[in-house]
Design a binder for this molecule. Structure first.
Ligand code: HEM
Length: 152
C-alpha cells in the first residue's frame, strides 16, 4: 500500500470510528440509561422526553449516519476483493455479516425516522427499535474487531 492509500484509509477509519461512537453511544444511552428511568419518571414525562429526543435525533443523526456509512462504504471498497467471496475466509465472512447488520440498522433508522416524522412512533415501537438496534450494534462492534483477531 502506498503512503497516500494508508493515510486515506486512516482518515476514513477515524471518521468512521467517531461517527460509530456518536451513534452507538446514543443507542447505549437510550437502552441502558433511558429505559431504566421509564418507571420513576412516569408515562407522560417519558413521552415528552422521547418526542424531544426524536426531534434532536432527526436533526443530528442524519449527518452522523452519512459520515458513518460514507466512510464505511469507502473502506469496504478497499476490501471489495474480499467481500466478493464472503465464504473464502473468516475475515471475509465476519466483514460481510458486519455489513449486512449495518444495512439492517439503516432500515431500522429509516423506519424510526418515518414513524416519528408521521408522529406514529409509540413508546412500544421506540423501545423495540432501540433494543433491536442495540443488539445489532453490539454484534457489529464485536465483528469489526474480531475479524482482525479471530481466525478459523
Ligand atoms: C451501525 C453502523 C456501523 C457501526 C456501528 C460500525 C462500527 C465499526 C467499528 C467500531 C469499526 C472498528 C474501527 C477500528 O478499527 O477502530 C469498524 C470498522 C469497519 N467498518 Fe464499520 N460500522 C458501521 C457500518 C459500516 C458500514 C455500512 C460499512 C460498509 C459498508 C462498514 C465497513 C467497515 C470496515 C470495512 C471496517 C474495517 C476498517 C479497517 O480497519 O480496515 N461499517 N466499523
Amino acid at each position: 500500500m502506498s503512503e497516500v492509500a494508508v493515510m486515506s484509509h486512516f482518515v476514513l477509519l477515524v471518521l468512521h470510528l467517531f461517527a460509530a461512537i456518536m451513534f452507538a453511544g446514543a443507542v447505549f444511552f437510550e437502552v441502558l440509561i433511558l429505559e431504566g428511568i421509564r418507571k420513576p419518571v412516569g408515562r407522560e414525562v417519558m413521552r415528552t422526553v422521547e418526542i424531544a429526543i426524536g426531534a434532536r435525533a432527526r436533526r443530528l443523526m442524519p449527518f452522523v449516519m452519512l459520515v458513518l456509512y460514507g466512510a464505511g462504504i469507502a473502506m469496504a471498497y478497499q476490501y471489495r476483493g474480499v467481500l466478493a467471496h464472503p465464504f473464502s475466509s473468516s475475515f471475509a465472512l465476519m466483514l460481510s455479516i458486519k455489513v449486512v447488520l449495518a444495512l439492517s440498522v439503516l432500515v431500522h433508522f429509516i423506519t424510526a425516522l418515518t414513524l416519528s416524522g408521521a408522529r406514529k412512533l409509540k413508546s412500544r415501537h421506540f423501545q423495540l427499535i432501540h433494543l433491536s438496534v442495540f443488539c445489532h450494534v453490539v454484534l457489529i462492534v464485536f465483528l469489526a474487531k474480531a475479524m482482525f483477531y479471530i481466525r478459523w
